[in-house]
Design a protein around this ligand. Structure first.
Ligand SMILES: C[S@@+](CC[C@H](N)C(=O)[O-])C[C@H]1O[C@@H](n2cnc3c(N)ncnc32)[C@H](O)[C@@H]1O
Length: 269
């Protein structure tokens, strides 16, 4: 439901607050109106169509993989990092909304909002948790949120916009960024030629966020996943490498795969 996040949303055209007009739209005082899709997400792009984001196939593979709990250690790490308060949790590049849902479980009074450019992702994110809303919005553009409105900002394997994240985060808020560690999925990189992780990534993340952030700490979380050929295929399918892999090469036997991520906690400086 979008209602919990509504007080924090702003019109992408004029920046005014938004209110519901019936079930199917949000509107600002200037009369700009934004449809709520039948599947529950609101389109806050103001008519500028962003690129389509992850495809329906990628999102279906991601949903299947996450539902089996292979990455629940990442969701748990995020949930363990947030303190319970009732401020808005925003997940930028939310995908299926699974991580947002897990963090909302750890914050029993907080509303949540997932934003993404992928409509197949938003259809799932809108149903991820009773307190989570979902909005079509491009991370690279001004975000449809009020200044200092977000308490916890999640950014998991997704693009980030340092200046906008800084504007919408409360001074006491926290930005949690999850990026692949250098050995993430290394067995798949070696065996199937998956696109590898750039070892300079953590520095690049800090660079792209800009100077107005203070790193509170980084923790690496690592698991060995034991994957059947079918699950390996699902995992590859949810990555941009899916297009480059020849499925005929997939091994029939179970494979042990390293999943390793860096979770970095940023505070506005
Ligand atoms: C690798 S997926 C990660 C999804 C989710 N955070 C997770 O880890 O399960 C990246 C997500 O970012 C979205 N995305 C890509 N570019 C975006 C943009 N400019 N604005 C908002 N979302 C974007 C994609 O559609 C996709 O859902």
């Amino acid at each position: 439901m979008i209602d919990g996040a509504l007080p924090y949303l702003r019109c992408p055209v004029c920046g005014q607050p938004l209110a519901r007009t019936g079930d199917q739209a949000l509107r600002c005082r200037q009369g700009h109106s934004f449809d709520i899709a039948r599947q529950g997400y609101v389109n806050l792009t103001a008519g500028r169509s962003p690129h389509p984001g992850d495809s329906a196939e990628m999102i279906a593979d991601r949903a299947a993989f996450l539902a089996e709990g292979h990455y629940s250690f990442i969701a748990d790490a995020l949930a363990d990092t947030v303190r319970p308060d009732d401020g808005l949790v925003l997940d930028a590049g939310t995908g299926t909304g699974d991580y947002l849902a897990r963090v909302l479980q750890a914050r029993p009074d907080a509303p949540g909002l997932g934003i993404d450019v992928s409509k197949p992702a938003l259809r799932r994110a809108a149903r991820a948790h009773p307190r989570a809303g979902a909005a079509l919005a491009d991370v690279w553009r001004p975000l449809p949120l009020a200044d200092a409105s977000v308490s916890v900002l999640l950014n998991v394997f997704a693009p980030r916009n340092g200046p906008e994240f800084h504007r919408i985060l409360r001074p006491s808020g926290v930005l949690l960024v999850v990026t692949p560690a250098p050995d993430h999925l290394r067995e798949l990189v070696t065996t199937y030629g998956l696109i590898g992780v750039d070892p300079a990534k953590p520095e690049r993340v800090a660079e792209t966020l800009g100077r107005s952030w203070r790193v509170e700490g980084t923790a690496t979380h690592r698991r060995t996943l034991h994957l059947t050929a079918a699950r390996t295929r699902t995992l590859i399918g949810m990555t941009p490498s899916a297009r480059h892999v020849s499925w005929g090469d997939l091994r029939a036997a179970e494979i042990a795969v390293t999943a390793a991520v860096d979770l970095t906690v940023y505070r506005p400086a």
